[in-house]
Design a protein. Structure first.
Lengths: 240, 431
């Protein structure tokens, strides 16, 4: 399996505070890779630093063989990496349709209609809500919209930051199933950052555990799920 | 129940009176005036102070007494305006025949004020409002120094017209481009700032422009300002009496108002053009990117939008229209000085945009008509002198109107006159 995204020795700082301490990570083509860890471990920082904000201080980020470590954020977004950011960040005063249009801003409007149909096939709910303002959607629908918006740019790699945040377990499950389907049917590679370790590990082919800005464990999702240390720290109420 | 309500209203009125008394004590009870030795002497004005307190008490009491029970939940008061698709065309027809109708009704002499002050001036503010609406309403960049770009346009015309010998047709776009250029220059370093920080820097920039205009005597003639630059002409025909003028060429009798009417239509066309550009741009990717930027900057970046360029275009295009408005201002006044471009000017334009409900074209136009028109109308209320005495100048109370408008807005339409944002795309039956 060739690596689509490879991160080597990445460090990042917020002022004097070191958030990432030399992270090595790889996402292969057609793979779902999960990154789990507790609050403040640096999961979202790593995700954002792939997009260049915050900029990494040392290390290298390659996407599809291309060095994107020092590329401006908007140019990285043009390389068929799409992001569904933490907290969803949909445009709440714009309609669902306009939100989806914004997602296609990078890919251009050539394949817009086809992409739209594709997205509706994945999230039929959005088609019903097309004229509604983003802010009036339910949390789950907003998350669907955030993913759909990211998919509008025809990405090879989807970065998903905390898709389960603030969602009911059932909705959450739905979202994860959709991600799985996207991966199986479209061959989409997914890099998932998630606090809900149980679901994330079940979904992912491989996973990494991030503690204090460094990867402490990695392996197949199913293996980590059975690992006693992971179970103790992330799956059983954090009882050490 | 009425007794209880009476007591509560009394209590509220008491508090309101205390607040008013505290606020007005230093500014109303004593007035500092220079005496013969040019020293400041305190002049007591206690009767006026008591009048204010009494008025506050009475108003608050009546309001509290009639407004009913505050403890019960009320249905939201804000309703959407009914959709009035004929309103735009109707306004357009009215604006087109307005100057001619006024001349026909009042005669060319009396109509001058109505065409110039109420027509041209208000339309310039509408143009300014629509320009600032791009920056503030659409892109969400709070610009407190919009008057700076207005000044750049006005001074560009006043300085370049005599220096280059070019007519205003050539200089009009130049004024706009120069203002846009400055918008671009100031935009580059400061667009990394957010929200209130951006606002402060734009405010400072406007002050810098004004102070440069005051102190760069050699070029700008300081506070004295610039005048005597070439005025308006009708495609090369000046508005002067005599054989070479506009009137003689078309076989009309010469009248001073012809120039104002032409300027009126010029401003009207340019304002409509600004409106058209805003409306078109909102449907294009650039305009939608502005709105997305206002909603969420981080999401924009995650979607691969170059936020810097988007902000710069919004800033520069807003400044462009201010430059055009500045040029028109110079043509209207025939005189430009730094005192026309103070912070209160920026604040007025911003008030127009905010009152109109950011992002709405019609709301901004209505707000401009109200804020500028009403404060001009105050000058007309000379009959009030017979009530309040000879020294009463109603025009001094214009800021009170702005305040009243803002309070009324907060109370009745907290998101601006026209607060609903129309989707840029109408979807057909397919969905």
């Amino acid at each position: 399996m060739t690596a689509l995204l490879s991160i080597t020795g990445v460090t990042a700082f917020y002022g004097a505070v070191q958030a990432l301490r030399g992270v090595d990570l790889e996402v292969g083509k057609g793979e779902i890779v999960a990154l789990i860890g507790s609050n403040g471990a640096g999961k979202s920082t790593l995700m954002m630093s792939i997009f260049g904000a915050p900029r990494v201080r040392d290390g290298k980020i390659l996407f599809d063989g291309q060095d994107i470590t020092h590329m401006p954020t908007h140019e990285i977004a043009r390389l068929s990496i799409a992001q569904s950011p933490e907290g969803r960040r949909i445009f709440s005063r714009m309609t669902v349709y306009e939100n989806l249009q914004m997602g296609a801003a990078v890919a251009g409007y050539a394949g817009f209609e086809a992409n739209l149909e594709k997205v509706f096939a994945i999230f039929p709910r959005l088609k019903e809500r097309l004229k509604q303002r983003g802010g009036t959607l339910s949390g789950g629908e907003q998350q669907m919209l955030a993913i759909a918006r990211a998919l509008m740019s025809n990405p090879k790699l989807l970065l998903l930051d905390e898709p389960s945040l603030g969602l009911a377990p059932l909705v959450c499950k739905q979202i994860f199933e959709t991600v799985k389907r996207l991966n199986e049917q479209e061959g989409l590679s997914v890099f998932l950052v998630e606090q809900d370790a149980h679901h994330a590990l079940k979904l992912a082919h491989r996973a990494y555990v991030l503690v204090n800005g460094a990867v402490t464990m990695s392996g197949r999702g199913a293996d980590l799920l059975r690992d006693p240390k992971v179970r103790a720290a992330y799956l059983e109420g954090g009882a050490h | 129940m009425p007794a209880e309500r009476f007591v509560r209203a009394l209590r509220e009125a008491g508090w309101a009176t205390l607040v008013v008394a505290g606020l007005s004590f230093p500014i109303i009870a004593y007035r500092a005036e220079p005496d013969f030795n040019n020293l400041l002497a305190l002049q007591p004005r206690w009767p006026l102070f008591w009048q204010f307190c009494a008025a506050a008490f009475l108003l608050r009491f009546l309001l509290a007494f009639w407004s009913g029970d505050e403890t019960k939940a009320k249905a939201p008061r804000e309703k959407n305006w009914p959709k009035l698709p004929w309103l735009g065309p109707l306004a357009l027809v009215f604006l087109t025949i307005y100057p001619l109708a006024v001349v026909a009704l009042l005669g060319p002499q009396a109509a001058l004020k109505w065409v110039d002050t109420y027509g041209v001036q208000i339309l310039i503010y509408v143009l300014l409002g629509w320009g600032l609406n791009i920056t503030v309403g659409l892109a969400g960049l709070l610009d407190l120094g919009y008057a700076a770009f207005y000044a750049v346009g006005a001074y560009a015309y006043a300085l370049l017209a005599p220096a280059t010998g070019l007519g205003f047709w050539a200089l009009l776009p130049v004024c706009g481009l120069l203002a846009a250029f400055w918008g671009f220059c100031i935009g580059f370093p400061i667009l990394r700032l957010r929200g209130d920080y951006l606002a402060i820097v734009t405010l400072a920039f406007a002050e810098i422009v004004r102070i440069v205009l005051i102190n760069w005597d050699v070029v700008t003639h300081g506070e004295a300002g610039l005048f005597g630059f070439p005025g308006l002409n009708f495609f090369g025909l000046p508005f002067i009496p005599g054989p070479r003028g506009f009137a003689a060429h078309f076989g009309l009798p010469f009248q001073g108002i012809q120039k104002q009417i032409f300027l009126y239509y010029l401003v009207l066309v340019l304002a409509l053009l600004a409106n058209l550009v805003s409306l078109r741009l909102r449907r294009l990717p650039l305009g939608r990117a502005w709105e997305a930027l206002r909603e969420d900057e981080i999401a924009c970046r995650a979607l691969g939008l170059d936020t810097r360029n988007i902000k710069l275009t919004a800033f520069a295009l807003g400044a462009f229209f201010a430059g055009i408005a500045g040029c028109l201002f110079a043509l209207r006044q025939g005189f430009v000085s730094p005192s026309a471009f103070t912070f209160s000017e920026s604040a007025l334009i911003l008030a127009i945009v905010v009152l109109g409900g950011g992002g709405s074209q019609l709301g901004v136009a209505v707000a401009a008509v109200f804020l500028v028109g009403a404060s001009e109308l105050l000058r007309e209320l000379t009959f009030l002198k017979s009530v309040f005495g000879e020294n009463f100048d109603p025009a001094q109370y214009r800021m009170l109107l702005v305040g009243l408008a803002m309070v009324a807005m907060m109370n009745f339409r907290p998101r601006g006159l026209v607060s609903t944002r129309a989707p840029t795309i109408k979807l057909g039956a397919t969905s």
